[in-house]
Design a protein around this ligand. Structure first.
Ligand code: GZL
Length: 341
């Protein structure tokens, strides 16, 4: 790799020059302009990581997974950037990584489009780009080396099929069911896929009616606001589908504030995505009915890809993480004890 090659070449030159001078000092060989040459970063692999933000519990776990994987002890120098959910900040971060000539760029793209130009710049600089979490729509998929993440459309289908089974068990298979959806950030792969997955199953249930869909930006605050507006507009909501757990926590607060009830014993069925620890606590409290997992532990998977690239091995372009779902019929207390996020 270019960094390692340069460090090795420098070491050979320095050893040769020290040998030529007889006694060598441990100081760096002064550069031609007399300044100390900056100590090379040794053989650390430098990874620039452009993260979406810190909008949800899931995102916090996702970031932690990278920070605990790409440590100096493991042989990495991680340069982390939090874009606060703004694409322009992520583009700026990628450009900065190119200027710093990092060895790898990892991006969790906030939305799917608008990346071609900056990816071309990274390609021009010979820096591999690995996508984590959400996908980018690009005309030339050689602009990124690999993608690791959840199968969002499958998550949506699993959720809607679970709902059909749940309603059937309640003897409500043929009842008219009114639903609303609090979507994630519009244009984010997780939003696109989950919305599509639910729609794929909805069309098989003519008695299900999707009254409304609005974005909750994957945050608890916005999730509560959107649910408040839904409750003002519709007085017969049976199900609310939240495209992440944090939106569900906000929706549950809004439902209770409106004097209604939710969960297995309540008026409104609440389902969500991610399966963070707080979602287990909400199910155990009787508020949330089910959560559909989206595994955030991408750090080790991305490291696996980098190690393969270091060894000039082939890597799979698309790599899904393992995902399950959890509902109140399960032994949530025991499962929660084993959860890593
Ligand atoms: C899913 C990820 C989503 C989570 C949200 O892979 O992109 O973004 O579902 C997070 O919690 O904000």
């Amino acid at each position: 790799m270019k960094k390692k090659f340069l460090a090795a070449a420098m070491a050979v030159v320095m050893a040769a020059s020290l040998a030529a001078c007889g006694s060598g000092s441990s100081k760096e060989t002064p550069a031609a302009d007399g300044k100390e040459t900056p100590a090379a970063d040794g053989d650390l692999i430098t990874v620039g990581y452009a993260q979406v933000g810190a909008e949800s519990d899931w995102r916090t776990a996702n970031t932690e997974s990278f920070k605990t994987t790409f440590t100096e002890e493991n042989g990495y120098k991680l340069i982390f950037d939090d874009a606060q959910q703004k694409q322009e900040n992520q583009i700026k971060a990628i450009r900065s990584f190119v200027q710093q000539d990092v060895d790898y760029i990892v991006v969790a793209p906030v939305v799917e489009t608008g990346w071609e130009t900056v990816l071309e710049e990274a390609k021009e600089a010979g820096i591999p780009v690995i996508l984590s979490d959400r996908m980018m729509q690009v005309s030339d998929d050689s602009l990124y080396t690999a993608w690791v993440g959840g199968n969002f459309e499958k998550e949506g289908e699993t959720c809607a099929n679970w709902l059909a089974d749940y309603l059937d068990k309640q003897g409500r298979a043929d009842e008219e069911i009114n639903m609303v959806t609090i979507q994630g950030t519009i244009g984010a792969s997780a939003q696109v896929g989950r919305t599509q997955g639910v729609e794929n199953v909805l069309k098989d249930h003519p008695n299900w009616k999707m009254l409304d869909k609005q974005t909750g930006e994957f945050t608890q605050t916005k999730g509560q606001e959107v649910m408040e507006s839904f409750l003002k507009s519709y007085d017969d909501i049976d199900v609310v589908i939240c495209e992440n757990d944090n939106e569900a926590f906000g929706a549950i607060d809004a439902i209770k504030a409106a004097g209604k009830t939710c969960g297995p014993e309540g008026d409104i069925i609440v389902v969500s995505f991610d399966s963070v620890k707080a979602a287990f606590e909400s199910m155990m409290a009787g508020d949330l009915n089910a959560t559909f997992e989206c595994n955030p532990l991408h750090g080790p998977r991305v490291e696996e890809i980098i190690q393969k690239l270091e060894a000039n091995e082939e890597v799979d372009k698309i790599q899904y993480v393992d995902e399950a779902f959890f509902d109140t019929s399960m032994d949530l207390e025991s499962i929660l004890k084993e959860r890593l996020y």
